[in-house]
Every structure is written in C-alpha cells, then in structure tokens.
Design a protein around this ligand. Structure first.
Ligand code: HEC
Ligand code: HEC
Ligand code: HEC
Ligand code: HEC
Ligand code: HEC
Ligand code: HEC
Ligand code: HEC
Ligand code: HEC
Ligand code: HEC
Ligand code: HEC
Length: 465
C-alpha cells in the first residue's frame, strides 16, 4: 500500500515535470529555435528581413491585437506623426466618428495591414481591397462636383490622396503652389555642417607623424585616405575609432606598444555611434540597417543570419551579394568621401533598371559633369539627394544639418518626396506628374511626364467658385 502511493506520487511528479518541460520547450521554440516551421506565412515586403524575429511584433503570447498595436506603434508612430497622419487613431476613438469603425475598425493597424498573408498583400503592406475609402466617404460625389463620377478605387491613386500622408496634397497647399514653372529658382540644398557632431570636443588637427597607430598597423594607403578626410581635419585620429576607450585618444602622442592591447582592428557601428548618433539611429530604421535595430538584433534573430543583399528582393550586382550592411558599405573605412557615398557606392550594390538609368538622366549628367570638373556638388541631385535627404534642425540658435540615413523615410508613398526633395527646384504640378509616371521612375526621370494629375486644377476651381 505504502509503496503504491509512493508510486502515484512519483507518477504525478513525473507528469508535472514532463508538462513543465513541454511548456518550456514550446515557449523556447516559439521564441528561439527553428521558427520556420511555425511561420504561418511569409511576412510582407516591408518586414521580411525581420520575419524570423517573431517577438519584435508578438512581444507576448497574450494580449491579441493590442499587443500587436503597441509593437507597430513602437516602430512607426514617430514617422506617422511626422507625416501629419490624416487618419490617426484618435480620429476614430472620437465618439462622433463611432459609426465609421463599425465596418472597418481603423483604430487598429492590423485592420488594414495584417501579416503572413502574402496572397492578399499589396504595395506598402496593405491588405485591404483598393476601394475601401468607400466605407467612410460614400457621399463624396454629392459633396464635390469634381468627384461625382470617380470610382472608389481611384481615390488613393498617385498624386490624389493617401490614407496617412497628405502633406503635399491638401487643398490649400495645392492652391498656394498652383501655376509654378517646371523649374523654379533652384534653392541650393543645405550643406552638411560640422555642428551635427554633438558630443565630441574636436581637437586640433594632427600631423601625420602625430597620428600614429601601433606600428604593426601602419599602411601608406590608410594614412593617405585618413589624411584627406574630414576626420583628420577635425582632429579625429586613429585611436578616435580604433581605441577601446575614447578618453585614451588624448594620449596618441605616446606612440608606443603599451597601447597595443586596446587597438580594435575593425571598428563597427557602435564606434561610429559615439559621435554620430542621428546617422546610426536613422540607418537602423530603414531597409539597410533594420536587422541591426535594437529590437531585432538580440541573439534570437540570428536564425536568418545574412544581413547582406543576398536575402533581399531587389536586383543587385552579383559581387555585392556577400557585402554586409554597415557604415563602411558606403563610406569605406578611411576615405569617408561623401560624393562617392552618394552615387558610386549605391551603384556598387543596386542593379535595377531605375538605378542603372541614373547616370544617363538629366540629373545624373549634371552630377557627373560637376564631378569631372571638380565643381561643387553640394546642391546637385545624386541618389542620396532623393533617398537620403538632408534634414535641418534648429537647436539653441544653431542650425544643424544632417543626413537622414533611412532610405525608406520618404520612399513610399512617393509623394513624400515632393516637399522633402523635388520642390527645392521644381514646381509642384510638374513634380506631382513626374512622381505619378511609372515610366519616369523606371528611367530615373529622363524626359517630361506623360500623365496629368488634375488635383491642382480641381482645387483652384473650388477655390474660385
Ligand atoms: C512584422 C510583425 C510580425 C512578425 C515579425 C511576425 N508576426 Fe505573426 N502576426 C503578425 C500580425 C500583424 C498577425 C495578424 C494578427 C491578426 O490579424 O489578428 C500575425 C499573426 C500570427 C499568427 C496567428 C495567430 C494570431 O495571433 O492571430 C501566428 C501563429 C503568428 N503570427 C506567428 C508568428 C511567428 C511564429 C513569427 C516568427 C517566425 C511571426 N508570427 C512573426 C505580425 C508579425
Ligand atoms: C521592429 C520594428 C518594427 C515593427 C515592430 C513593425 N514594423 Fe513595420 N516596418 C519596419 C521597418 C524597418 C520597415 C521597412 C522600412 C520602411 O518601409 O519604413 C517596415 C515597413 C512597414 C510597412 C511598409 C512600408 C512600405 O513603404 O512598404 C508597413 C505598412 C508597416 N511596416 C506597418 C507595420 C505594422 C502594421 C506593424 C504592426 C503589426 C509593424 N509595421 C511592425 C519596422 C517595424
Ligand atoms: C484604414 C486602413 C489603414 C489603417 C487603419 C492603417 N493604415 Fe497604414 N496604410 C494604409 C494605406 C492604404 C497605405 C498606403 C499609403 C497611403 O494611402 O497612405 C498605408 C501605408 C502605411 C505605411 C507606409 C508609409 C506611409 O507613411 O504611408 C506605414 C508605415 C503604415 N501604413 C503604418 C501603419 C500603422 C503603424 C498603422 C496603425 C497605427 C496603420 N498604418 C493603420 C492603410 C491603413
Ligand atoms: C474608417 C473610416 C475611414 C476610411 C476608411 C477613410 N476615411 Fe477619410 N476620413 C475619415 C474621417 C472620420 C475623417 C474626418 C472627417 C472630419 O473631420 O470631418 C476623414 C477625413 C478625410 C479627409 C479630409 C482630410 C483632412 O485632413 O481633414 C480626406 C481628404 C479623406 N478622409 C480621404 C480619404 C481617402 C482618400 C480614403 C481612402 C484612401 C479615406 N479617407 C479612408 C474616415 C475614413
Ligand atoms: C571620435 C568621434 C568620431 C568617431 C568615432 C567617428 N566620427 Fe565621423 N566625424 C567626426 C567629426 C568631428 C567629423 C567632422 C564633421 C564635419 O566636418 O562635418 C566627422 C565626419 C564624418 C563624415 C563626413 C565626411 C565629410 O566629408 O563631410 C562621415 C561620412 C563620417 N564622419 C562617418 C563616420 C563613420 C562611418 C564612423 C565609424 C566608422 C565615424 N565617422 C566615426 C567624428 C567622429
Ligand atoms: C573614423 C573612424 C576611423 C579612423 C579615424 C581610422 N580608422 Fe582605421 N578603420 C576604421 C574602420 C571602420 C575599419 C574597418 C573596416 C572594415 O570593417 O573592413 C578600419 C580598419 C583599419 C585597419 C584594418 C585593415 C583594413 O583595411 O581593414 C587598419 C590597419 C586601420 N584601420 C588603421 C588605421 C590607421 C593607421 C588610422 C589613422 C591614420 C585609422 N585606421 C583611422 C575606422 C577608422
Ligand atoms: C547607403 C549608403 C550609406 C550608408 C550605409 C551610410 N551612409 Fe553616411 N552618408 C551617405 C551619404 C550619401 C552621405 C552624404 C549625403 C549628402 O552629402 O547629402 C552621408 C553622410 C554622412 C555623414 C555626414 C553628414 C551628417 O549627417 O553629418 C555622416 C556623419 C555619416 N554619413 C555617418 C554614417 C554612419 C555613422 C553610418 C552607419 C550607421 C553611415 N553613415 C552609413 C551614405 C551612407
Ligand atoms: C552593401 C550594398 C548596398 C549599398 C552600398 C546600398 N544599398 Fe540600398 N539596399 C541594399 C539592400 C540589401 C536593401 C534591402 C532590400 C530589401 O529589403 O528588399 C536596400 C534597400 C534600398 C532601398 C529601399 C528599397 C525598397 O524597396 O524599400 C533604397 C531606396 C536604397 N536601398 C537606396 C540606396 C542608395 C540611394 C544607396 C547609396 C546612397 C544605397 N542604397 C546603397 C543594399 C545596398
Ligand atoms: C530624382 C529623385 C531620384 C533619384 C535621383 C534616384 N531615385 Fe531611386 N527612387 C526615386 C523614386 C521616386 C522611387 C520610387 C518610389 C516608389 O514609388 O515606390 C525610387 C525607387 C528606388 C528604389 C526602390 C525600387 C523598388 O522597386 O522598390 C531603389 C533601390 C532606388 N530608387 C535606388 C536609387 C539609386 C541607387 C539611385 C542612384 C543611382 C537613385 N535611386 C536615384 C527617386 C529617385
Ligand atoms: C537640386 C535641384 C533639383 C532637385 C531637388 C530635383 N530636380 Fe529634377 N531637375 C533639376 C534640373 C536642374 C534638371 C535639368 C533641367 C534641364 O535639363 O534643363 C532636372 C530635370 C528633371 C526631369 C527631366 C526633365 C526633362 O526634360 O528631361 C524630371 C522628370 C525631374 N527633374 C523630376 C524631378 C523629381 C520628380 C524630383 C524629386 C524627386 C526632382 N526632379 C528633384 C533639378 C532638380
């Protein structure tokens, strides 16, 4: 009898233990291990690089759509706010609009952008049919003469409206910028300046002799490249990047082997971050650096290791397939040449029709002419002028100009480029038409637009009623 009850206890214990073990392993499996088997469907175009880092979106197994909402907002709320989102969540939590969410609950991102459903996912991760504006704006034809016979799947076509970002498309803006020439006076793009570097005491420039690294690492090419760079000008010597402790860099003058043990052979992104926070932060928000983002780059996401073009969806050069995404992918280790980074570096990897067409386009011709004649390229159009616009920030009486390193910041919908880029030089009407013309995007803007978007005309008509 006694033995039997002991057995029962054993069995119970064993059962509980086995259950705990099973629960532990399934949780571990969900979080850590081979997750491909659990992936219920490929992630969207925007997220496929992080699809194996399940917990960036599913931060907890409980909580349902509120948990997902929090994750979406964590990564995207700031951009939507900068975009002056026309349909923010608060519009739909307003009781006056309660009716509108009965059919389509626009408070939740996943009502329109669900995941793992590639067969119904369209551009920009939208998983709704094209004519969804209908649900809430069914009466628009009665309110506006111009909209009477329009189909509902045309509201959000190029140059008309977007659901979120209408910064260059709202009525008073269209009216204000009507009747402009195709080229306005060219406003020189703001030039990058030294004040973007906030947390360094810049030291006087060193001479080559003073800037000596451990002798094992001496190399004429490196010395030459460094000497020509903005870093040398600003007194950032070898140890500014290669030393484990920044404070040691004051001691460069004691050129000797004692400092050998703190020499880092290949400084990474964390080194750059010590002096260039803004650039590192924006780099991690776009497709180039998103795998390195703090939310993603913990050991769990190592399941899909290739942080190189070989796992991407666009066209790339064969020999670029194994290159790693990092600061030096464009800047190379010691030259840090901004002109090289703005075109040639891009073309070392990207090999699609649009990228290839740049050099023969009017913008590209002007750029190449300036490079060939050693002229100032500061205000000209390169890949980077469109894809990495310079941002201006005023802080404490200082104007800080820095480069946005998130190539997706103004990429889609492409009307995001109207104000941030094109309108520095072109009239609004011309630029709207150019960005709505798919042929022009393919040939990288060689020729005049072949489409004519009537938005400005309609806005003027209504204004003059
Ligand atoms: C970019 C964000 C994102 C990533 C990364 C992601 N998911 Fe999802 N997942 C979603 C969204 C959004 C839904 C849809 C929820 C809905 O429509 O109710 C979803 C739904 C699911 C569902 C269906 C159950 C449910 O909660 O509705 C499962 C299972 C799931 N995901 C597993 C995974 C696994 C496993 C991974 C990693 C291999 C992963 N997901 C990665 C966003 C993501
Ligand atoms: C870990 C950060 C992260 C999380 C969490 C996340 N995203 Fe993203 N998302 C990105 C990045 C990075 C991109 C690619 C760059 C870009 O397009 O802005 C992207 C792309 C997108 C795009 C496509 C944009 C385009 O131009 O193609 C949409 C739409 C989107 N996310 C919506 C969501 C929604 C909805 C959720 C919540 C279910 C979510 N994201 C969760 C980081 C995140
Ligand atoms: C009612 C549908 C709907 C809801 C709700 C919605 N979106 Fe979108 N989203 C779209 C559409 C449509 C686009 C395509 C571009 C456009 O029309 O603005 C888009 C585009 C985007 C983009 C691409 C960049 C941009 O600025 O347009 C991101 C990122 C994005 N959505 C994130 C989100 C996030 C995060 C949420 C939740 C806070 C959300 N969306 C809620 C419909 C929706
Ligand atoms: C879930 C309901 C819903 C959907 C779907 C929806 N809207 Fe709206 N929209 C609203 C509400 C609510 C307002 C605010 C009305 C107001 O303030 O009078 C609004 C306002 C607008 C405005 C006025 C803009 C502004 O800044 O005041 C425009 C233009 C607009 N929507 C266009 C669209 C287009 C185009 C689509 C489809 C891409 C769309 N909406 C989809 C509910 C919706
Ligand atoms: C110890 C601080 C420090 C570190 C570390 C550092 N930089 Fe710099 N960087 C500077 C300063 C100061 C300038 C000069 C600012 C100016 O003239 O605009 C500069 C300028 C630049 C420029 C502009 C070049 C030009 O021609 O205008 C680039 C690009 C750059 N750094 C990239 C990097 C990268 C990539 C890393 C990491 C490998 C890095 N920096 C590490 C301080 C630093
Ligand atoms: C602004 C930061 C920065 C400064 C200043 C700098 N380096 Fe480097 N250096 C790097 C980076 C980043 C790498 C790694 C390149 C890679 O990952 O391939 C590197 C790599 C090297 C290497 C490894 C060999 C190679 O080519 O990969 C040597 C040697 C070197 N640097 C020497 C120097 C010397 C000598 C100086 C001073 C004259 C110097 N570095 C100044 C950033 C810097
Ligand atoms: C995709 C190519 C590319 C990558 C990757 C890249 N940069 Fe740049 N960077 C550029 C270009 C192009 C410019 C100059 C743009 C201009 O002159 O308008 C630039 C300019 C800069 C500048 C000078 C302007 C400013 O903002 O102060 C700094 C500093 C800089 N980059 C740092 C970095 C750091 C740090 C990283 C890694 C996180 C990095 N870059 C990764 C292309 C790149
Ligand atoms: C080391 C190779 C490499 C270099 C150099 C490089 N890129 Fe990329 N680029 C990529 C990869 C990989 C992606 C991600 C593609 C994806 O996720 O589908 C990408 C994505 C992009 C995207 C977003 C595409 C999309 O559909 O969302 C743009 C825009 C872009 N790059 C422009 C540039 C520009 C401009 C430069 C030069 C200033 C540049 N790239 C330099 C490899 C590179
Ligand atoms: C005058 C502005 C402009 C210039 C210059 C420019 N682009 Fe673009 N690029 C765009 C626009 C607009 C799009 C399309 C965005 C959309 O509608 O999806 C685009 C799209 C892209 C894409 C994404 C393609 C895709 O299918 O997702 C890449 C990659 C890219 N450009 C790289 C480059 C490179 C590399 C250069 C220089 C060799 C360059 N671009 C020059 C404006 C420009
Ligand atoms: C820094 C000034 C500048 C910016 C920014 C700029 N452009 Fe241009 N663009 C020019 C100049 C200059 C020309 C060539 C004019 C000429 O050939 O006489 C040009 C030519 C063009 C052409 C070709 C016209 C033809 O007849 O072949 C198109 C299309 C165009 N731009 C579209 C755009 C678009 C779209 C944007 C924004 C994404 C943009 N540009 C940004 C200055 C600029």
């Amino acid at each position: 009898m006694k033995k039997q009850s002991k057995n029962v206890i054993w069995w119970c214990l064993w059962f509980v233990f086995a259950l705990a073990l099973a629960a532990y392993f399934s949780w571990q499996l969900f979080l850590k291990k081979e997750k491909t088997a659990f992936l219920i469907g490929e992630a969207s175009h925007g997220h496929f690089q992080i699809e194996m880092a399940c917990e960036t979106c599913h931060t907890s197994p409980f909580g349902g759509k509120d948990i997902l909402q929090e994750a979406c907002e964590n990564c995207h709320a700031e951009d939507l706010e900068l975009a002056h989102d026309s349909h923010p969540k608060k519009k739909f939590t307003d009781p006056r609009n309660a009716d509108s969410i009965k059919i389509l609950d626009a408070r939740y991102c996943i009502s329109c952008h669900t995941e793992h459903q590639m067969e119904q996912t369209r551009a920009m991760g939208v998983t709704l049919p094209d004519d969804y504006c209908f649900h809430c704006h069914v009466d628009i034809g009665e309110e506006r003469e111009s909209h009477k016979d329009l189909a509902f799947d045309s509201c959000a076509s190029a140059g008309c409206h977007n659901f979120h970002d209408n910064r260059a498309l709202y009525e008073s803006f269209l009216v204000e910028n009507a009747n402009q020439d195709w080229i306005k006076t060219i406003v020189a793009l703001p030039l990058v300046n030294a004040t973007s570097i906030k947390n360094t005491e810049t030291k006087p420039a060193l001479t080559l002799d003073e800037a000596v690294a451990p002798s094992a690492h001496m190399n004429e090419d490196i010395l030459h490249d460094w000497e020509m760079s903005a870093h040398a000008q600003a007194g950032i010597n070898c140890e500014g990047c290669h030393s484990t402790s920044q404070s040691q860099s004051n001691k460069v003058h004691q050129n000797n082997k004692k400092t050998n043990d703190i020499w880092i052979e290949k400084p990474g992104i964390e080194t750059c971050k010590q002096c260039h926070q803004q650039e590192v932060a924006t780099f991690k928000q776009g497709k180039h650096g998103m795998r390195l983002a703090d939310e993603v780059s913990h050991p769990l996401s190592a399941v899909k290791p290739a942080d190189s073009p070989s796992s991407a969806s666009l066209q790339f050069h064969e020999n670029a397939l194994q290159k790693h995404q990092s600061c030096t992918a464009c800047h190379s280790a010691h030259r840090f040449d901004r002109e090289f980074a703005a075109v040639d570096a891009c073309l070392g990897c990207h090999d699609d029709e649009h990228s290839q067409a740049f050099e023969a386009s009017p913008h590209g011709q002007i750029w190449q002419h300036a490079i060939a004649t050693n002229a100032d390229t500061g205000g000209l159009v390169s890949c980077a002028s469109c894809h990495m616009p310079r941002g201006i920030e005023k802080s404490g009486g200082e104007t800080i100009v820095s480069v946005n390193h998130n190539q997706n910041f103004n990429l889609r919908p492409n009307e995001k480029m109207l104000r941030s880029v094109c309108m520095n030089c072109h009239g609004l009407g011309f630029a709207i038409n150019a960005l709505a013309d798919e042929g022009l995007i393919r040939n990288n803007f060689s020729g005049k637009p072949s489409v004519d978007i009537p938005s400005i005309e309609w806005a003027l008509k209504r204004e003059n009623r």
